[in-house]
Design a protein around this ligand. Structure first.
Ligand code: CDP
Length: 224
């Protein structure tokens, strides 16, 4: 079984994908974490996030491990031997990850790794191009959506938990910019696969979204 979860920043992909995997006994991969880890590695090495060749060198030389975390049931990300699970969610990574992931050579490298992981099946993957590029053969493709305002509020709560106070309007603006950048880039832009089912999560809590997706998977979600 393969389940693809796509959608824009802050639509709840990683939370929902992680819980779905847990409920269905499947593996889970947060593909954004790979672009985020590469972004962190580039920032640490002083490599410009606009330099495609240099980024590819970082990608091929970094030691990246994504493993199952029994505590959170999510992904634990290790970069060059260090646990960077929290660090890859820092504002500096948020601000640069879209640029890093827009380069063709970078994507070719990371996409190949992700396709290899997907090939083994029994997995829920979340990202921007899962239903379109990584697992076009997924049985279930869900596209999560939510209003910009709600996504900004969710991102604000997430950042507050890690000790960052960020203005809501500023976050909404960053989200708008990232949506625009991700949807208009030349290489596998963010878009809903033709056979994906869209779920608007604006007024739903996490449990309600999980239930909605589970009902779609069980065949009761035609009215979504
Ligand atoms: O959690 P959030 O949606 O903010 O971010 P994420 O899923 O960790 O993805 C961070 C960035 O990585 C996105 O804005 C995309 O630019 C890029 N990305 C991508 O291009 N393709 C993917 N499959 C996953 C992420």
């Amino acid at each position: 079984m393969k389940i693809a979860i796509d959608g824009p920043a802050g639509a709840g992909k990683s939370t929902i994908a992680r819980l779905l995997a847990q409920r269905l006994g499947l593996r889970y991969l947060d593909t954004g974490a790979m672009y985020r880890a590469l972004t962190l590695a580039a920032l640490r090495r002083g490599v410009s996030c606009a330099d495609e060749e240099a980024l590819l060198r970082v990608a091929t030389s970094m030691d990246l491990e994504i493993v199952f975390d029994p505590e959170t049931k999510g992904n634990l990300v290790r970069l060059d031997g260090q646990d960077v699970t929290a660090l890859i969610r820092e504002p500096e990574v948020n601000a640069n990850v879209s640029l890093v992931s827009s380069h063709k050579k970078v994507r070719d490298f990371i996409v190949a790794l992700q396709k290899e992981i997907a090939r083994q099946g029994c997995i829920v993957m979340d990202g921007r191009d899962i239903g379109t590029v990584i697992m076009p053969d997924a049985q279930w493709k869900i596209f999560l959506q939510a209003s910009v305002e709600e996504r900004a509020r969710r991102r604000q709560r997430e950042l507050q938990r890690s000790g960052h106070a960020v203005d809501l309007q500023e976050l909404a603006e960053q989200i708008r910019q990232r949506d625009h950048f991700d949807s208009t880039r030349a290489v596998s832009p963010l878009r809903k696969a033709e056979d994906a089912i869209e779920v608007d999560t604006t007024s739903l809590n996490v449990e309600q979204v999980v239930e909605r997706v589970l009902s779609i998977i069980k065949g009761a979600g035609e009215d979504v």
